[in-house]
Each structure stands twice: as C-alpha cells, then as structure tokens.
Design a protein around this ligand. Sequence first.
Ligand code: LMR
Length: 424
Amino acid sequence: MALRTMISGRAVRSGAAMGARSISSWWRNVEPAPKDPILGVTEAFLADPSPNKVNVGVGAYRDDDGKPVVLECVREAERRIAGNLNMEYLPMGGSMNMVEETLKLAYGENSELIKDKRIAAIQALSGTGACRIFADFQRRFRPESQIYIPVPTWSNHHNIWRDAQVPQRTFHYYHPESKGLDFASMMDDIKNAPNGSFFLLHACAHNPTGVDPSEEQWREISYQFKAKGHFAFFDMAYQGFASGDPEKDAKSIRIFLEDGHLIGCSQSYAKNMGLYGQRVGCLSVVCEDEKQAVAVKSQLQQLARPMYSNPPVHGALIVSIILSDPDLKKLWLKEVKGMADRIIGMRTALRENLESLGSSLSWEHITNQIGMFCYSGMTPEQVDRLTNEFHIYMTRNGRISMAGVTTKNVAYLANAIHDVTKSP
Ligand code: LMR
C-alpha cells in the first residue's frame, strides 16, 4: 500500500509496460528437457500403432498376456479398506505401522536394532523418494561428502544425487566381457576412495545389469567398508525378485548389519507388491542409539515437510494390512515367488530360442543374471534397429526387462535379437 502511494502515475504506467514485456518472456530461455531414458521408452511404445509391438523397457511386471498385474493380496487389502478409510493426513513420517513392518523386511523380524529403536525411518514416496530424501539429508548434514555410484546404475540415481547437489563419483561394477561382476576393480575403487566415503549399493537384483555379488563377495565388501569407514546406502527396489524370497534377498544388508555398519536403506513396494503408482516405500537410517535415531528421524521429516508435507495414505494402508495379517503375508510371499519364477522361466525360454536359431554368440548371461533385468550386451545401434525394424522397445543401454517377455512374444523377440546381433 505504502509503495503504491509513493509511485507517480507515470512510474506506474512504465512499471506496467515493463511487466507486460517480462511476462511474455518469463520462460523464453527454457529448452525442452531430454527424454527420460526409461520412461521415454514407454512413451514411444504407447505412440506406436504396430500390433506386433513389445515393451521390454520399463521395469514393471506383466503377466503372460503382457498385462499389468494387481496381486490378490492387494485386492483383498483393498476390499478391507473399502468404505473404512478416512482421508485424514498421515503424520509427516507416514504410517508408523507400515514403516515398522517394512523395517522387519530389511532388518529382520527379530532385529535388535528395531527393538532398541535405533533406526530412524519414515514412509517415503517409493524408492525414488527415499533415495531423494536421503540425498538431501546427506547434503545437509555431510555437505563435504560425495556419493560413489556403480557403473552402470539405474539412470535416475544420477538425477537424484545431482538435484540434491551431492557431487558424484563412480566405482567399477560390471564387466562387459564376462557380462558379470568386475569384483577386483570394484574392490580397488572401494580401497582407493577416501576414508569415510558414501557408497550407493543395490541390495539385490542390480538394475540394470542383473548381476549381484555372491554372499562371499558381500562379506569382503562389508569387511573393506569397515576398514575404510565407508557409509553404505542400500537401494532395495527389487526385494524378492532376485531369489523369489524377500528374506534371502536381504542377505547383503544383513551381512553389513552383522559387521556393525550404520547403514541407510531405501525400500520400495512398487515391484514386489505391484504398487507402482501408489508410491509407497520407506527410508531408514541406522543410528548409534535411540536418541540419535529420534533426532535423525525429525530431520528426515523436516526435509519431507516443505516438499510434500506428508505421504499418501492409501498404498501405506494396503501394505500395513498385508504385512500385519499372517495369512495375507503368506499369500504375498507366494505371489512374489510366482512373479520371480515366471521371469526365470522367460530367461530360459529366451536363451533357448536364441540358441536354437543358431546364434554364434553366447547367451549364457541371460540365465546367469538375476532379477527383473537382463543386460544383454546389445549396442545402442542394435537396440535402435530392434525398435525401428521390429517395434521392440527397450532402453538403449541394452537392458531387457524380462518382466515384459511372455510365452507369446519370446520367439518374436529372440528372432529380432538374432537378426540385429548376427554378423553382417
Ligand atoms: C526401471 O528401472 O525401469 C524402473 O525402476 C522404473 C523407473 O522409474 O525407472
């Protein structure tokens, strides 16, 4: 008000003219963002009218007809929720029951850390949200630190730590010749990193390679982390998809816990409960004692509050209901195994199809790798040919989402792969 009375008529008019000019130019310097390397594949697939098209891009489970799946345990939880859910806000940290049940999956049913309340944990917007809150937490409380990220990794990991303004370094992980783990180089990088470095590790079913360290190798990694005082942040987006059993898939984390590491962990129910669009997950940070855990949790919530205040309720309730009811939990475990088994069957089928076509290349890695993905070794140019000539959609790094392979499309896929990979 005071400002208006101070402004002369002329000054107001020229101010208004300036305003008009700048309004029309607010966003003139904004260029279109590059397409997301994974979600952009889904967009291209949806836009393709071909009846033969196949989507093995995004890591999302499909049944043998290529259709999205809603688990029976989820349907039952929804029946129980129907009409009984009020729409109140969850607390900033989300559903505490969901978080408690989720921690048991990562840290163990009888975890002393849970009993001693040493884990700071909040509900997160699936795995992405958990990683992002952690990255922001790292930036705020360890501003001098960097994050070591495996090569390759899920493309969004780079975006997450970049946007949180945490400098990134990389460490060796995959060995292109053997299409397996480059354990020796990975250990060298761990040893050569400055003491007390932050590392991002995939707890199981590494995305995109489908290559995990063995139990013995995890023990060595944990030992070396201890010697160097490194911090391990586990992203566990595929618990259950490596072995078919979530308990077995938590082995890497349990090894680190046995060795007394204070780890961080991101968990997601997108894949293993099929709750993709519900965005339900959990971020946890192991602390020295309960007092520290209370402080850390309050800071994690503080980071969430200006971003989205509190997380959504529906998916959290579904998870709570399933994991708190022994019968529903049993059903869930059976359904997770069913998804993992179908994928394993498709690995065998794809490899056999390629071999029976007389491919001179080795396709052993299709069945050696685990989880939702096969890192095929195809080049970006070969992938482009698959897309342009055969309407097969996948990421240009050669990753095949095995969850999109079915008994109906496996022969077509194998033929196309053989065509683009056989020598000219
Ligand atoms: C993937 O890697 O395909 C999934 O994690 C989906 C995504 O958000 O990228």
